[in-house]
Design a protein around this ligand. Structure first.
Ligand code: BDP
Length: 343
């Protein structure tokens, strides 16, 4: 597969060849001894859809530096940014088989795997960013990460969350100031039926598509636009294809860092604990970078020609997505109540 923006994309065979710290782990299996495990050098492969310099990428790289320092270089992280290993779907699959260790993905595609995550994916579920941060930093956040880690077939360990601001609709046709403006617009949504239902409930036409397909989708007119936070819109240069950026703020979905369960279980308890510790620190490191980047991106995209508008009355948008809450929220009433009780 060729990715025009990044040069040749690695395919699954390359990934397996590059190894999941594979040689090191094979050596461990051969020795079968704890001592060998403690000494095995491992390069943890990490991936992200975003490019170098993006807050999530920088935070995971910083995590790698901490691992190197703490283990005298025995553990390190090699980052594959910019969708080099595919979109989020491919990233999840590779982590599941141990072909990569760390995938930084959105909670968005996690909903079909662990249904409780769909509560974070419900439109307008968080009052504001502070509310969202309190939820992910507190017991609910931890419980959901544990649910993922204990899931019998997901094959992933949930390490930590990261910030991703609010998602706003952008398109090539017109500014969205009221819910009726979405009518007839084809808007790319993340791969989870909840999001397509959300866009359809708002009156648009939701189209499920990988992030790695989006530019092509906008160029060919398969979609008129998409929805995302400012840093994604800016770093993907999506303003070149869809200049109207309307602050609908309909979704506030945290990011999640997942680790391959297969690889994790092959590591010593001490190494596992170290990875958990540095990832909790990464959750906070990323947050600082995020707030700076949001501001920078907003300035950059406006300078590049994006036309940004506020949406003053969100109430009709909230009313329109009631069917989504009925369909995906009814089975999680208690969790939703706990979330709204977080002050
Ligand atoms: C971005 C997330 C990224 C998602 C992307 C998307 O950081 O993980 O893949 O949105 O819309 O905000 O797919």
């Amino acid at each position: 597969m060729i990715n025009r923006h990044m040069g040749r994309r690695l395919d699954r065979r390359d990934v397996l060849k590059l190894g999941a710290g594979g040689a090191a782990m094979a050596a461990v299996a051969g020795f079968g001894a704890g001592a060998a495990q403690a000494q095995a050098k491992m390069v943890l492969k990490a991936t992200d859809v975003h490019p170098t310099g993006y807050p999530t990428v920088a935070a995971v790289e910083a995590m790698g530096k901490k691992l190197e320092t703490a283990t005298n270089g025995r553990l390190s992280i090699q980052m594959f940014p910019s969708m080099q290993l595919g979109g989020e779907k491919e990233m999840i699959e590779q982590a599941q088989v141990g072909a990569l260790q760390i995938a930084r993905i959105s909670v968005g595609p996690m909903g079909p795997l662990v249904p409780e995550f769909n509560v974070f994916n419900l439109p307008f579920v968080f009052r504001d960013v502070t509310h969202m941060e309190k939820v992910i930093d507190g017991p609910i956040g931890t419980e959901l990460l544990d649910k993922l880690s204990k899931h019998p077939t997901a094959g992933l360990i949930g390490l930590c969350y990261m910030n991703a601001g609010q998602r706003h609709v952008y398109n090539s046709k017109k500014p969205i100031t009221k819910v009726e403006d979405l009518k007839g617009l084809k808007i790319r949504m993340m791969g989870n039926p909840l999001f397509v239902d959300t866009m359809n409930a708002l009156g648009g036409n939701g189209v499920a598509m990988g992030f790695d397909q989006l530019i092509n989708g906008m160029q060919t007119g398969v979609v008129d636009g998409a929805e995302n936070n400012e840093p994604s819109y800016d770093s993907g240069q999506h303003y070149r294809y869809a200049k109207y950026y309307s602050k609908t703020g309909h979704l506030m979905i945290p990011e999640i860092l997942v680790f391959s369960k297969k690889s994790f279980e092959a590591m010593s308890k001490d190494d596992q604990a170290l990875i958990v510790k540095v990832s909790k620190e990464a959750q906070m490191d990323q947050r600082k970078l995020w707030y700076q980047r949001e501001q920078e991106s907003l300035k950059k995209m406006i300078a590049a020609g994006a036309i940004v508008n506020e949406v003053s009355d969100k109430a009709p948008f909230q009313a329109a997505v009631k069917s989504v809450w009925d369909k995906y929220g009814a089975q999680h009433k208690a969790l939703i109540e706990r979330i709204s009780a977080v002050k």
